[in-house]
Design a protein around this ligand. Sequence first.
Ligand code: KG4
Ligand code: ZN
Length: 322
Amino acid sequence: MIVLGIESSCDETGVAIVKDEKKILANVVASSLKLHSRHGGVIPEIASRMQLESIAGLFTEAIKTAKIRPEQIDLVAVTTHPGLPGSLMVGIAFAKALALSLGKPILGVNHIYSHVYANVLCHGNIKLPVVALVVSGGHTSLFYIKDFSKIQVLGQTRDDACGEAFDKVAKMMGMGYPGGPLIEKIAKGGNKHKIRFACWGTNAELDFSFSGIKTAVLYYLKDKKSGIKLSKDLAASFQESAVNVLVKKSLLACKRKNVTNLLIGGGVAANSCLRQKFMASAKLEGIDCFFPNINLCMDNAAMIAGFGGCLYKRGARSDFNN
Ligand code: KG4
Ligand code: ZN
């Protein structure tokens, strides 16, 4: 089965073609990130305007890269939620028009769950059940997955998402957007034990809270005069605390659910400190830890096409008639 996937939930526009739920034939992405960086965050109107301008060209490019004819597409899968309404609308309208003109079915797909599925694209079928952590700019959630069509939420952030905290801390420190990769880079030469930030903050053992650490960084910056060295230490200390809580709660979730496979996905999963800490800690607990390749951690349409194909095969259908 050949699935064409469309992703337009935030600032990226992606079109991908995936065969048999796993084989990526094409995966093209255009980003309006540069246009947002001087504003310190995504401006929805700029994002959707760029998506409108780029989506048709990306479709043509994907078809060409995959070396298929449009009639060979068996299913159109598109992100329907969650995301910026104006951005989602661009992808959904394009997907509907395409499916209608080709006479093919269309399936709406959850963006967050697709981040987990990116692991299947990279590692093949992973034995279920698993615990999954999605850490992105908009979400920080833990899931229990026995079957990809019945995903159970174990915990989520009560306030800011982890990536959002990276972005806001970077902004407070006078860096650009997105902040995650910039914090990672500057943290490399810093002392991660210099400042102790607490990042537990919720009563529910598998929920997260990142607004407290963000405020702690703000007060720290107000109190101290920040030089180059301090910035490095601050970035390293913040990253250390944020990553530690993700690792501890994810491993706790594995313990609670008695599973030995842990899947991690979303933009923050590209962070090398996070990847190393997860690998090392999981190994000690006898847990196998999986990450997508870096390009599949970020928003992309291959995960939408793959997950869409997987759900369609299990009987999922969408009604786009209204
Ligand atoms: O999954 P994603 O591309 O979009 C959403 O669905 O939100 O994630 C984007 C988020 C941003 O907050 C960005 O700062 C963060 O992922 N991010 C990182 C890194 N690369 C991207 N955070 C920490 N370290 C990184 N290397
Ligand atoms: Zn995402």
